[in-house]
Design a protein around this ligand. Structure first.
Ligand SMILES: [Zn+2]
Ligand SMILES: [Zn+2]
Ligand SMILES: [Zn+2]
Length: 144
């Protein structure tokens, strides 16, 4: 699996380093985590890695398109390795849990705006807000 991640780094001309591999592996296994969680998880493998090193890796991976940065309104930025498919997210108002939602029909139809005003559209940011199953259960238990 590691060689797979090494190939991803090489494909975008990034040097293969242990922090870069660790961040990619972390995000592959834990999609939609924030920076603090990435640091915590990476340090389980590489205890000596600094906050700044992780910030730098996240920026390099985002800039080269290997990871995607999402930031629902009012939430901290999250990162994921699922890129280039313009998928959307459903976010829980209660606990902040995030899950992937495919485009409603076909391949990224949201990129075809009903009126693009002449813009070249590259991304459609759609966020579904709601309450996750855990929070629904918790609420109904509290209410009973
Ligand atoms: Zn929730
Ligand atoms: Zn996602
Ligand atoms: Zn869509």
């Amino acid at each position: 699996m590691t060689s797979d991640l090494e190939a991803q780094l090489r494909a975008v001309s990034l040097r293969v380093t242990r922090p870069r591999l660790a961040v990619l592996a972390t995000l592959r296994d834990h999609p939609h985590v924030d920076t603090d969680t990435v640091i915590e998880l990476v340090r389980a493998d590489l205890p000596s890695v600094s906050h700044q090193a992780v910030y730098d890796v996240l920026r390099a991976l985002t800039d080269t398109g290997l990871i995607r940065r999402i930031q629902p309104a009012g939430a901290t930025a999250r990162y994921e390795t699922r890129v280039r498919d313009n998928h959307h997210h459903v976010v829980c108002r209660g606990c902040g849990t995030i899950a992937d939602v495919d485009c409603a029909v076909g391949h990224a139809p949201c990129l075809t705006a009903s009126d693009d005003h002449g813009f070249v559209v590259e991304e459609a940011e759609v966020v579904y807000w709601g309450t996750c199953p855990d929070c629904v259960t918790k609420r109904s238990e509290e209410g009973s």
